[in-house]
Design a binder for this molecule. Structure first.
Ligand SMILES: NC(=O)c1ccc[n+]([C@@H]2O[C@H](COP(=O)([O-])OP(=O)(O)OC[C@H]3O[C@@H](n4cnc5c(N)ncnc54)[C@H](O)[C@@H]3O)[C@@H](O)[C@H]2O)c1
Ligand SMILES: O=c1ccn([C@@H]2O[C@H](COP(=O)(O)OP(=O)(O)O[C@H]3O[C@H](CO)[C@H](O)[C@H](O)[C@H]3O)[C@@H](O)[C@H]2O)c(=O)[nH]1
Length: 331
């Protein structure tokens, strides 16, 4: 390799969040190497560094990527992350998320790459009405997706104790928005996330958005979530990487704004940002959904100096809408 930038191995770099992370890493002087099997990601989203098509379940292939690029650290985004599917097919979530992470962790250790940044989720907290969700809160996942992520957090702690694997765990709340320059954005097939489905309904790509439950114990009956802009989220990842490079101890950080919005509030805000009506139908609850998930922590701000700059509903919807109408969305 002639490029002498520090290499970061990005698992899941062809996916929504991983592709944004690659963009920001490359802007900040790193060489992001994407390892992805394209299960839910896209070749076109890998634009900011080399691409290695490999499955995390193939340990030999993962070892080869470490040998070829000698990364300084790993950012591990690759996972299955559809809450509803995880309720129906728990085996896939344990196999891919937990088994794949075990391979990646063991390969990193074998290669002497001991700095590891991991995508976890607020779904590890489960359903805890009235509890402030900070990092010390008990984890009680209510679906196998959340359970698989909690298991990986445990795995990281075990491998730190045995092999010195230093790690930062980010428990994301709901990620939304897109690269404001429109190079990458969110595109899943099938799509399950609220914002892209709503934008599809607004511009006629789907007949309507279905409200998954209107009888929750919230002011308007729909679930409450804490939405964070994908660009703010990946900025925190680069800060997490520097935290490890600076020699700090392993740490868990929530990534959310601390403000919750109901599904109906997101819909109302989208109608005003796009200046178009949102066709809506009411449906039953979706298996595995918690009533309200809102971060109650300022740890990332206090310790990483992280300040979300674009995480208003307006910015997230406006950036997602721009991406949605551009050429990349249906590529
Ligand atoms: N989007 C959110 O709101 C959100 C919230 C909390 C946590 N997360 C976590 O963030 C991470 C990224 O989420 P995303 O929304 O970008 O998902 P995504 O589906 O867009 O990206 C995941 C990527 O991982 C790849 N992948 C999956 N299985 C693989 C395997 N076995 N080997 C190699 N590559 C594999 C996929 O092809 C895809 O490119 C996930 O770990 C997810 O659990 C996301
Ligand atoms: O068509 C839809 C899609 C979503 N929703 C609702 O909108 C809210 C947000 O749903 P998303 O599917 O966009 O996001 P989730 O909260 O289910 O999931 C996100 O947060 C989870 C943690 O709970 C996981 O981390 C997961 O990876 C991440 O996508 C939920 O109340 C959901 O029921 C609808 O009403 N209709």
């Amino acid at each position: 390799m002639t490029d002498d930038r520090p290499v970061i191995l990005v698992s899941g770099g062809a996916g929504y969040i991983g592709s944004h992370a690659c963009k920001v890493l490359s802007q900040r002087g790193y060489l992001p190497v994407t390892l992805d099997n394209l299960a839910t990601g896209w070749r076109d989203a890998v634009r900011f560094g080399p691409f290695e098509q490999a499955d995390l379940l193939d340990r030999k292939a993962v070892d080869r990527v470490f040998q070829a690029y000698k990364p300084r650290a790993v950012m591990h985004f690759a996972a299955l992350s559809d809450v509803g599917e995880s309720a129906r097919e728990p085996g896939r979530y344990w196999r891919v998320n937990v088994g794949g992470s075990l391979n990646l962790i063991e390969a990193a250790i074998a290669a002497g790459c001991l700095n590891f940044v991991f995508s976890s989720t607020c779904a590890t907290y489960g359903e805890q009405d009235g509890v402030v969700l900070d990092e010390d809160c008990a984890q009680a996942p209510i679906n196998s997706y959340g359970a698989s992520k909690r298991a990986i957090e445990d795995m990281l702690r075990n491998f730190e104790a045995s092999h010195g694997l230093r790690h930062v765990v980010f428990r994301y709340f709901n990620v939304a928005g897109a690269d404001p320059e429109g190079e990458v954005g969110e595109f899943h097939r099938p799509e399950t996330h609220l914002v892209p489905l709503m934008l599809d309904a607004i511009d006629g790509k789907r007949p309507a958005l279905t409200l998954h439950g209107t009888d929750y114990d919230t002011p308007d009956g729909t679930c409450i979530r804490d939405y964070v802009h994908v660009m703010d989220l990946v900025d925190a990842h680069v800060r997490g990487l520097k935290w490890l490079e600076d020699g700090h101890a392993s740490r868990v950080f929530n990534l959310g704004t601390g403000q919750g919005f109901s599904v109906r509030e997101v819909i109302a805000r989208s109608a005003s940002v796009t200046n178009r009506p949102v066709p809506v139908t009411e449906g039953p609850r979706r298996a595995g959904d918690a009533t309200a998930l809102v971060s109650g922590s300022r740890r990332a701000e206090a310790e990483l100096g992280w300040r979300p700059a674009r995480s208003t509903l307006e910015s997230m919807i406006a950036d997602a809408w721009r991406w949605h109408q551009g050429p990349g969305y249906s590529a």
